[in-house]
Design a protein around this ligand. Structure first.
Ligand SMILES: Nc1nc2c(ncn2[C@@H]2O[C@H](COP(=O)(O)OP(=O)(O)OP(=O)(O)O)[C@@H](O)[C@H]2O)c(=O)[nH]1
Length: 779
């Protein structure tokens, strides 16, 4: 058998005949090509077409004529007894194909039918297998896929004819059953209904029109088909039917002349039948002015136009898909940058990257970065937090006396007095102790510097200059320069901090206007010791000194000192005089118990005494000596020392709190910001380094190439789609005026199709079909 050719050449007229979808095949093929190239997921599927009508009204004949091949069982008795779902699949011939078209049944997978008369025989056989031999009917579908380069991807459905009186094995409710079966198919919103009515019956009683109206009350998807115009009663014609004067239909009517039973019996082909049909309409003057309503080619055109409308409806989605793909690819492409072709370009790119990097760094430090987080502190804000909320606050919380016990202070005072007893407020122990406390400020200051350094490193890593991503070698060098540069910045900051602390340690400026001073401290100490609250620290907690002071005070009140009358401790070899004024050091130092100064004589010299009393032996001093018990004057000295310590420490603390952040900002942060660009230029902007620094990853280069190609394809696809859209539109309008075939004109703006669900266009209301599923039909 010959190939299923969508454009059969009519022997008589040599005019290519029109079959369903024939005008759209090139468009759809082009579309599929475009989408396949562009890697689009979308597929263009079309509405299905179902034929509905009473028994033997000519449904199968119409369907066959529309496809352009003989393959369906036809006859004057009931032929279609199971729904036949005919899936057409477009497939372009491939090299090495010996056949280009064939049929396959779902119930016979992998068996290809190349002979279409065998297909008809198999439909009959399969019908009989399910519905019996005696006119029985079944709603179980027969699914047949026809693959050909000359068909569109779409589905046609041949349905059993509506019958009233059961015959053969048909059940009593045959009419209801068939109606239900038919309704199941034609109620689907993407189904175009061909309501077939023979011209020799009354249109007003047409089962097809009645069911079509039920399934499609608005008539947006129903085309009336009047068959058997050739066998109407003499003297009658279908003119008023075709013009919609009997029952109006929005999409109008088409009258056709199919092959008669006699033609079938004589094996007359479709081409001959079409030629006969054309002659019939030409010969009948009554149909001459109704060429738009007559003939299978006209019906095919009408259906094609609906399909074209449908395709145009799909265009916006296709375009949107391609455009969004293009956007994604373009965005990715931008990250790969342009290939560099000359030394000059290398220089420009390198300079740009270095500049952008420094700008990004400065922006992050200054809080002007575009990529500022709203969830957490970043960049410069973190540095500020480190300086103010960590460093300054931490120093604020330090109590210079917290690591000094009263014993420590007492020891320091006593040691500083040397062999004498201190006359006034002990200056030396104060200076010694305050220096020790000031020196403690070095560690947190250096830690603070370290934290800021770490932050700057973090910022440098976060400086993502888009272009930099493609040059890993440059990134590496840049990071190295950055690390060295920051380290270099740390050194002067470190030196400065060291100097600051050293300065403070080196010279204790007791003339500072904010310094409490010895006299005031002594006065305050006395007041504190006298006050019933005792010496309380700033936090209101009673310190160890205040405890001691209270003990002393209570001793004074009772006329007793805590150590009065008590014997010296075994280790406390020193004897300290006591008394209410004892805290004021004695001018003459220690006296003997008799009040006389101790005799001084050289070691080993005997005493000039007549009667040599027995020698009083002193105990050997122990290797480690500790001061004797607390005395009132010692307690006051401790309080005074503490007051002085706190007062002076506060002055220094404030200096350090102010100057260390300044040193860090000046020597490290601001210097980095100021000199980074210059350093990069000095270290990296060298012509002999260009090549090495601007090396790209191989994967990066190939990815860019791939993306460039893909972008080109997508660009071409979008252009091609525009052209196809235009072609479809011009084709639609060239097929005839909208009015002539009863179809409303579709607005040019395809997006409008989506938004208009039944909007008014001109005089005719238009409602597009719902979007079909975007999948190909398979058998
Ligand atoms: N003369 C003439 N005969 C036609 C025309 N259309 C169909 N026939 C004949 O009518 C008979 C029924 O045609 P089918 O195409 O099988 O009708 P059908 O509606 O598919 O029938 P069922 O599926 O059995 O309901 C066949 O013998 C056809 O040859 C026509 O336009 N003119």
């Amino acid at each position: 058998m010959g190939e299923l050719d969508a454009r059969h050449v009519d022997s008589s007229s040599s005019r290519p005949s029109v079959t369903i979808g024939s005008s759209l095949i090139p468009v759809i093929n082009k579309l599929q090509d475009i989408l396949a190239q562009a890697g689009s997921e979308l597929d263009v599927s079309l509405p299905q077409v179902a034929v509905v009508g009473s028994q033997s009204s000519g449904k199968s004949s119409v369907l066959e004529a529309l496809v352009g091949r003989d393959f369906l069982p036809r006859g004057c008795d009931i032929c279609t007894r199971r729904p036949l779902v005919l899936m057409l699949e477009n497939r372009l011939p491939k090299p090495g194909d010996d056949r280009t078209e064939w049929g396959e049944f779902r119930h016979l997978p992998e068996k290809r039918f190349y002979d279409f008369s065998e297909i008809r025989a198999e439909i009959q056989a399969e019908t009989e297998r399910e519905a019996g031999l005696n006119k029985g009917v079944s709603d179980k579908q027969i699914r047949l896929k026809i693959t050909s380069p000359n068909v569109l991807n779409m589905t046609l459905v041949d349905l059993p004819g509506i019958t009233k009186v059961p015959v053969g094995d048909q059940p009593n409710d045959i009419e209801a059953r068939i109606r239900k079966m038919v309704m199941t198919h034609i109620s689907q919103q993407n189904c175009i209904i061909l309501a077939v009515t023979p011209a020799n019956s009354d249109l007003a009683t047409s089962d097809a029109l009645q069911m079509a109206r039920e399934a499609d009350p608005d008539g947006f998807r129903t085309i009336g088909v009047i068959t058997k115009l050739d066998i109407m009663d003499r003297g009658t014609d279908a003119r008023s039917f075709l013009l919609g004067k009997v029952i109006p239909l929005k999409l109008g009517y088409v009258g056709v002349v199919n092959r008669s039973q006699e033609d079938i019996n004589k094996n007359r082909g479709i081409a001959t039948a079409l030629a006969y049909e054309e002659k019939f309409f030409n010969d009948h003057s009554v149909y001459r002015g109704l060429s738009d309503h007559c003939g299978i080619p006209q019906l095919a055109r009408k259906l094609n136009e609906i399909l074209e409308q449908h395709i145009r409806m799909v265009f916006p989605a296709l375009k949107a898909d391609l455009n969004s793909k293009m956007g994604t690819v373009l965005k990715e492409l931008q990250t790969y940058g342009k290939p560099i072709e000359s030394k000059m370009e290398q220089g420009v790119i390198l300079l740009n990257i270095l500049t952008q990097y420094c700008e990004a760094f400065a922006a992050m430090v200054d809080g002007k970065s575009q990529e500022m987080s709203t969830k957490e502190l970043s960049g410069g804000a973190r540095i500020h937090y480190i300086l103010q909320s960590i460093f300054v606050k931490c120093l604020e919380e330090v109590d210079p006396c917290d690591d000094l016990t009263d014993d420590d202070i007492r020891m320091a005072i006593q040691n500083a007095s040397g062999a004498r007893n201190a006359l006034f407020v002990p200056e030396v122990p104060f200076e010694f102790l305050v220096r020790r406390q000031i020196a403690r400020l070095l560690d947190p200051s250096l830690q603070c510097l370290r934290f800021v350094y770490d932050e700057l490193m973090k910022i440098s890593h976060a400086c993502e200059v888009t272009e930099l991503q493609r040059f890993p070698v440059l990134r590496k060098h840049l990071d190295e320069v950055m690390v060295k540069f920051l380290r270099d910045g740390v050194e002067p900051a470190e030196r400065m901090i060291g100097n600051l602390i050293e300065m403070e340690v080196d010279y204790i400026n007791t003339s500072h206007p904010n310094f409490l001073g010895g006299n005031k401290a002594a006065e305050l100490a006395m007041q504190l010791l006298k006050s019933p609250q005792g010496v309380t620290d700033a936090e209101g907690q009673t310190s160890q000194t205040s405890q001691t002071a209270r003990t002393i005070r209570s001793g004074l009140l009772n006329g007793l000192l805590p150590n009065q009358g008590s014997r010296p401790q075994p280790n406390n070899e020193n004897h300290v005089s006591s008394g209410t004024k004892a805290w004021i050091p004695s001018l003459f130092g220690s006296r003997t118990s008799a009040g006389e100064p101790m005799a001084c004589r050289p070691f080993g010299e005997p005493s000039h005494s007549e009667s040599m009393p027995s020698i009083i032996h002193l105990r050997e001093p122990p290797s480690s000596l500790r001061p004797v018990q607390m005395t009132e004057n010692k307690a006051v000295e401790i309080v005074v020392t503490k007051l002085l310590l706190r007062s002076y420490y506060d002055i220094v603390r404030k200096n350090i709190q102010d100057l260390v952040p300044k040193a860090i900002m000046h020597f490290l942060v601001n210097l980095t910001k100021r000199n980074l660009h210059r350093t990069f230029i000095q270290k990296l902007y060298r012509e002999n380094l260009f090549e090495e620094l601007l090396q790209e990853h191989d994967a990066h280069v190939s990815q860019r190439k791939r993306n460039q190609e893909l972008f080109k394809v997508l660009e071409q696809s979008v252009q091609a789609l525009e052209k196809v859209d235009f072609d479809v539109s011009s084709q639609t309008s060239s097929l005839g005026t909208d009015a002539s075939i009863g179809l409303p004109r579709i607005p040019r703006t395809s997006a409008h199709l989506h938004t208009t669900a039944g909007g008014e266009i001109g005089q005719v209301s238009y409602r597009p079909f719902p979007m079909p599923s975007m999948t190909k039909s398979t058998a």
